[in-house]
Design a protein around this ligand. Structure first.
Ligand code: ADP
Ligand code: MG
Ligand code: ZN
Length: 615
């Protein structure tokens, strides 16, 4: 989006101007003919020349006496300022008889200006330098002069508008926001029957799901100015800045009403007051208080809607959420399959797609992708196509980009020893085989031993549909397949490697959550540990324990039991299908990547239609 200010530009121009002026003046003095051809002579020579009747004319300018000889040569002499020309001429005996052409000018007009310029150049340079530095400082910190000014950027009405057409999916959110648009457009409709116009709308959802985009779209649809500021911009090193910025921001907004004031990432200032370790949060609290005060201070008719976005609604101060403030909460959630396809369509505008590209298929392969991920995906696909000088994006480009976006680019250059490759192949096959044999695991989509990002290999499982609830048996099966890599290594090579560490970490986390958060163990449907307190103390800093030592030991015991059970189930599956394990691992070593169809071929099962990844 276009913002109004273009910092940096101005000061650069200024510097260029200064340098050009400097060069021009220098050139002027070097090449100026008048300063070049006139030579200086001493006073006694001058007097002598008059005495010998060699001079035809004299001109006095200030302290300089310019004279021209009869042969046309020009020269000048400097006199003492106290002496007049008359005094000098009187000392010359033969001056009387001569017919000298004498002219007296008040002062050295032309030289006065050049002198001024010469003398002021250093001064100009210094002043210019200071102004330059000053602007630099101001631009980089933005605080040199305008501490208390809000840095809100105003998006002009006429700059390229975002509308709801640019936001794919998110239908519930859009429906609620259409109401807001109507408030902004026809406030009388509501005020005339005594309805209050809502003041605050809070957009809640994970990052990249289109909160900022939706806020922009509301402004675009209602055709009102859009003030955009991020919560962190209120927080400054200096006390009181945040509050005064809030004041300034609301003042600006009121001047431009009706308008939308958008505070992005409001959790930066809107955290629960009184929370936090070690002090130093007063500033944030003051800022928050000021926001609350300003919002309360709106008169009934003020047609400003304050929108805010956060991905951590749980940490927000309850005062922000009470009626009259951000009482409207709109959830912008991860897109489901239908929405993903819509988003893909939006972001393939202007990108020529091959005829056989099936965006539905891509949508199915990208559960958990946010709008931002999908945008990135289409962009990567376009880059991949452009790299090979193609004018059209193929299905393959897009599918390869899915993996790139999810797991980082391939690292073909990573050199692995033969033994390492074998270990990785068996490890991945262990995951894939167990997942295939368990009915609650997602279908195996692809197995690969090509290094990507940090991972040495991947087994990629894709759910057939978006899931919202997870059952105990699903977790249990997932644990088995997570351990599959570790146990396959152990069964085949007799020992385990560090390659399984990430798997084990995930497995332990799932098992612990099953016991402590989901009530899926013999300890019963009780939540252990206080989640609310994590807000105050920072998640990793401390886990508040609201249970006894005795229970802690029991929790550990239950976690152990869950993992042990998964371990023996996994071991059994792999032992029962040892032949398949070896067969698939060898094929993987040879081909590096097995697609879903390749994989299913080992089990003589019918091929699924939508599995098309090849690599
Ligand atoms: P958030 O503010 O929720 O973190 P943004 O609104 O900044 O996310 O979204 C980032 C980018 O992702 C947007 O610029 C947009 O291009 C893309 N995007 C996200 N959601 C959608 C959507 N529903 N439709 C189209 N594009 C989307
Ligand atoms: Mg955002
Ligand atoms: Zn693994």
């Amino acid at each position: 989006m276009n913002t109004k200010k273009l910092p940096g530009r101005k000061s650069n121009n200024f510097l260029y101007l200064l340098i050009i002026t400097l060069i021009l003046t220098t050139m002027y003095f070097i090449f100026n003919p008048s300063t070049q051809s006139i030579s200086e002579i001493s006073m006694s020579t001058f007097k002598n020349e008059i005495n010998h009747e060699e001079i035809s004319s004299i001109e006095v300018k200030g302290n300089k006496i310019y004279s021209e000889l009869k042969d046309g040569k020009k020269q000048f002499t400097i006199k003492e300022s106290a002496d007049t020309l008359n005094d000098i001429l009187q000392e010359i005996p033969r001056v009387k008889k001569q017919n000298l052409d004498i002219k007296i000018t008040d002062s050295e007009n032309s030289n006065f200006w050049t002198d001024l310029i010469i003398n002021s150049i250093p001064l100009l340079l210094i002043v210019g330098f200071f102004i330059f530095m000053f602007r630099q400082a101001q631009n980089s910190n933005n605080q040199a002069l305008s501490f208390g000014k809000s840095q809100a950027r105003l998006h002009e009405k006429d700059s390229k508008k975002t509308t709801f057409a640019d936001v794919a999916g998110a239908n519930e959110a859009k429906e609620e926001l259409i109401e807001i648009v109507d408030f902004l457009k026809n406030p009388e409709k509501y005020t005339s029957i005594g309805a209050k116009i809502p003041k605050g709308v809070l957009l809640v959802g994970p990052p990249g799901c289109g909160k900022t985009l939706l806020a922009r779209a509301v402004a675009g649809e209602a055709d009102v100015p859009f003030f955009n500021i991020s919560g962190s911009e209120f927080v400054e090193m200096f006390v009181g800045v945040g509050a005064s910025r809030v004041r300034d921001l609301f003042k600006k907004a009121k001047r431009n009403a009706p308008c939308i004031l958008f505070i992005d990432e409001i959790d930066a200032v809107g955290r629960q007051r009184g929370a936090g370790l070690g002090g130093g949060h007063d500033e944030r609290e003051q800022t928050l208080n000021q926001i609350l005060t300003e919002m309360d201070g709106f008169e009934k008719e003020t047609n400003i809607i304050v929108m805010a976005a956060t991905n951590r609604p749980d940490v927000l101060d309850p005062a922000l959420l009470r009626p009259g403030r951000f009482d409207r909460r709109i959830v912008v959630d991860l897109p489901d399959i239908k929405d993903r396809v819509e988003i893909l369509k939006v972001h393939s505008r202007g990108k020529p797609l091959d005829k056989n590209v099936e965006l539905e298929n891509i949508g199915r392969q990208t559960p958990g992708f946010t709008g931002a991920d999908l945008e990135n995906l289409m962009n990567e696909a376009a880059i991949a196509a452009a790299k090979t000088d193609r004018k059209i994006i193929t299905q393959e480009d897009i599918e390869k980009s899915i993996e790139k976006v999810m797991m980082g680019p391939e690292r073909k250059s990573r050199i692995l020893s033969k033994k390492e490759r074998e270990i990785i192949a068996f490890h991945e096959t262990g995951h894939a085989l167990t997942a295939h044999k368990l009915k609650n695991c997602d279908p195996v989509h692809k197995v690969s031993i090509v290094s990507r990002g940090m991972a040495l290999g991947v087994t990629w499982m894709l759910p057939e549909e978006d899931k919202h609830l997870y059952s105990k048996s699903k977790f249990e099966d997932e644990l088995v397949s997570l351990l599959g890599g570790h146990i396959a290594e152990k069964l085949i090579f007799g020992e385990v490697t560090t390659g399984a560490s990430n798997d084990l970490q995930r497995a332990s986390k799932i098992a612990r959550k099953m016991v402590m958060e989901y009530g899926m163990s013999e300890l019963g449907p009780i939540i252990y540990g206080d989640k609310d307190h994590e807000v105050f103390l920072g998640k990793d800093l401390m886990h508040t324990r609201n249970y006894s030592e005795e229970i802690a030991a029991k929790i550990d015991g239950e976690v152990h039991k869950i993992i042990d059970r998964a371990y023996s189930r996994c071991e059994k599956i792999l032992n029962d299908h040892m032949e398949k394990l070896k067969e698939i691992a060898l094929a993987l070593l040879k081909k590096e990547t097995l697609t879903r169809n390749d994989f299913l071929a080992f089990f003589k099962e019918k091929k699924l239609k939508h599995a098309t990844v090849t690599a």
